[in-house]
Design a protein around this ligand. Sequence first.
Ligand code: GBH
Length: 481
Amino acid sequence: MSTSAKFPADFHWGYATASAQVEGSISADGKSPSIWDTFSSDPAHSEDGGNTSTATETYTKWQEDIALMKSYGVNSYRLSLSWTRILPDGVAGSKVNKAGVEWYRKVLKGLLEAGITPFVTLFHWDLPQVLQDKYLGFLSSEIVPDFENYARVCYRELGDLVQYWFTINEPNVYSLLGHAIGKHAPGRSSDRNISPQGDSQTEPLIVGHNLLLAHASAVKVYHDDFASSQGGKIGLVVNMLWGEPLTDSAEDKAATEKFLAVYNGWFAEPLVTGDYPALFKEVHGSRLPAFTDNQKALVKGSSDFLAINHYTTNMVRAADSSAAPTTGPLSAFLPGIEIGFEDKDGKPIGPAAGLSWVRPVPWGFGKLLDWAHKSYGLDIYISENGVVCPNENRLSRDEALQDDFRVNYLSTYADQIALKIEQGVPVKSYLMWAFTDNFEWQEGYTARFGVTWIDYQDDCRRYPKKSAGYMRNYFAARLAR
Ligand code: GBH
């Protein structure tokens, strides 16, 4: 084992979760329903009919979780807040639920006492159902002042315990999966077999626009009224894929550029320029809402850093402009490109994992880090990265604990960060998905991303997988002291 430090002493590493995926106790202590509580209560909406009601019972097991995390050696942990625990009525001016606030204060204090730095996401998709009912959530610009108010309450009630805020998780995924593909809450789509309502061509763009304005407004509140006293940083989390042109042809290169601009650039570029990428505007034309000058000024510079969730790489090729991409989150949305996992000789660029959309391609991660640095120039926080092992959910517990596929994925992706830091890319964190197996949205409980195995048949007991110990040793050997 190499003892030479590859990561600076202030590098943040650890694991991530999100409220709806782990907390459970969905009506405890005054919490109101979120759109994911409602959506997942229909068993047709997930692979195994699973829902958010118990999840991994973190609401009651939080102390055990912090102790476990401490034993994993981490110095950081990413969690998200349930809007519906803190403001059950959702809207600006409504009553703050003390019990909800108190639960988060206990957890945050527990983390700090354990020497673990919390990274806190305000919104990881669990919108108050009351706001979806009232004005269709992020389809309406009415969401912006309500989100701004929610953010202010969080900074005021919890900000003394938080130095790293993430406003919104993966606006591209929330827009596309919730309002074009329809597999995520609120489940809207043009496909009438999926949803009675929705327009996959326009709604994701409107939702995306309001997400950016909500993000930027929440950041302005922090910068204006809290940053100087609380001293923290705040930014947006964007899901990014790497795309590699299938061939050297001008068409495939152009298709790849378009793919990166549309998927990655949609939310990252406005943070820096105050506007959408030119290619994104070209693709969507008049369907895309325009920013006013005031909004541009608000959005420009609205992220202290760029937080990236990254899982995989796709090969990209130009296709007939009427053809939708064969797979992936853009399938309902970006014609003219095809994406896949095979190179031009038909060879897979990475081995199959436990879910069809993700394959380990560590070199693609390295290229993405270079590209993101060159394109946006912000400090980079990796806020999610992880994988499901082949067949993982069908293995016995003992078999599943030997997760060598994940060990290999996480350690080779971490190696890419070390390499890029050495080359001058300012990567500040590696927060892996996920701390434990959890409620994996449309996959229900069938996709196990955790470094901790959860026994759903036995009171959600926790069992560390091999990867948890491996990554502890990995960082013990490489993190400068
Ligand atoms: C993240 O999203 C989420 O932030 C996290 O909550 C989640 O648990 C984690 O990933 C693991 O999935 O059905 O073909 O459209 C990752 C981005 C985008 C990955 C949508 C799955 C579905 C592909 N996700 N994608 S498709």
